[in-house]
Ligand binder design. Structure first.
Ligand SMILES: *Cc1c(COP(=O)(O)O)cnc(C)c1O
Length: 349
């Protein structure tokens, strides 16, 4: 088999959700953010595992993701759509019982005209300047919006992964100023905000990245391993170069393994001449450039010819790989190739 294997531990996802849930009081509900195909791990399987673990409310980015999730979960759990209610969404919102998180006056108008009795939530901007009503818009419209009984009011922190950042307290104060006394459930925190402590929890939290065992949730259980099949072994002599651009040159007789994955699979070119693959607990440095479908690694020192090398696993986490690539775990996860064979472990139960 020439395709790489991505193993996804659903029991670890479920354990991470439960651990994040335990970090807030029983009066705070913990949702699950599974936008972008559950951060690349698969909406259907991850959604079902989290529902089994006890999640009753989910967030996705767009209505189409919500439709897929509803098919996986069936009726019951609330599915909130962060992009709100866009033109063309109405039928999906209604038929699949999605809850749009309305971001603008335009979206409110669209929602109330099309589906006046359908549940919705409200996103208020407190400094991210990306989505949500501006403070002045909220103040002008809050009377009418609160009368229509939103499911919850939410905002989003810009710097929650940096506990010492002054923006956290500033956004918290602004959220209080705009929503105290409304009597409506509130939500401010994603994974980073949960770790900031109980002041940030309100009635609902929205963890995403922590479910998948990544930073900033350092206590999380790793969820992934990714092993790449070796498709050819060769020897190069001193002075020979490897790969596009000839960026790496052998200074001794070197055994190379060529594995079947590359930047088209989300293993970005910035890993060239930098990343390490693993054979059990022996590191094998990547030599030469990462190409579209192939990566070459030095295996001269291995005691035997490997049939697979690991790029994510116990020796190299998603965050380790992200650091080598000059990016963040979120980008590694959401770039995981559709070409990988996905193997699920456990059920989340
Ligand atoms: C993506 C997202 C989340 C989840 O964030 P993590 O950092 O992955 O926990 C929560 N809320 C909103 C609005 C988001 O866009």
């Amino acid at each position: 088999m020439a395709s790489a294997t991505l193993s996804i531990d659903l029991d670890a996802v479920a354990a991470n959700w439960r651990a994040l849930d335990r970090m807030s009081d029983a009066s705070t509900q913990t949702a699950a953010v599974i936008k972008a195909d559950a951060y690349g791990l698969g909406t259907r399987r991850v959604g079902r595992a989290l529902a089994t673990a006890g999640a009753r409310r989910f967030f996705v980015a767009i209505a189409e993701e919500g439709a897929l999730l509803r098919q996986a979960l069936g009726p019951g759990p609330q599915i909130c759509v962060l992009s709100g209610h866009m033109p063309g969404d109405t039928e999906m919102v209604q038929d699949l019982d999605l809850t749009p998180v309305l971001n603008s006056i335009e979206q409110f108008t669209r929602h109330f005209e099309a589906l006046p009795d359908h549940p919705f939530a409200v996103h208020i901007d407190t400094g991210m300047n990306r989505l949500g009503l501006e403070a002045a818009e909220w103040e002008a419209a809050s009377g009418i919006l609160l009368q229509a009984r939103p499911e919850f009011l939410m905002s989003h922190l810009a710097c929650a992964d940096d506990p010492g950042h002054p923006m956290n307290a500033a956004q918290l104060a602004e959220f209080h100023a705009l929503t105290d006394g409304t009597g409506v459930p509130r939500s401010l925190s994603a994974t980073g905000g949960i770790l900031l402590g109980s002041d940030y929890h309100f009635e609902l939290t929205r963890p995403g990245i922590g479910l998948y065992g990544c930073r900033p949730f350092d206590a999380g259980r790793p969820v992934l391993s990714l092993s790449l099949p070796v498709i050819q072994i060769r020897e190069v002599a001193p002075g020979e170069t490897v790969g596009y651009g000839g960026t790496w040159m052998a200074d001794a007789i070197t055994s190379l393994a060529t594995v079947n994955a590359g930047y088209a699979d989300g293993l970005m070119r910035t890993l060239s001449d930098a990343a390490v693959l693993w054979y059990a607990d022996i590191p094998c440095p990547v030599v030469g450039r990462v190409s579209m479908d192939l990566i070459t690694a030095d295996i001269t020192h291995l005691p035997e010819i490997p049939d697979r090398l690991e790029i994510i696993g116990p020796h190299q986490s998603v965050d380790d790989l992200a650091e080598t690539a000059g990016t963040i775990g979120y980008e590694i996860l959401t770039g995981l190739s559709q070409r990988y064979g996905r193997r699920y472990i456990g059920t989340g139960g």
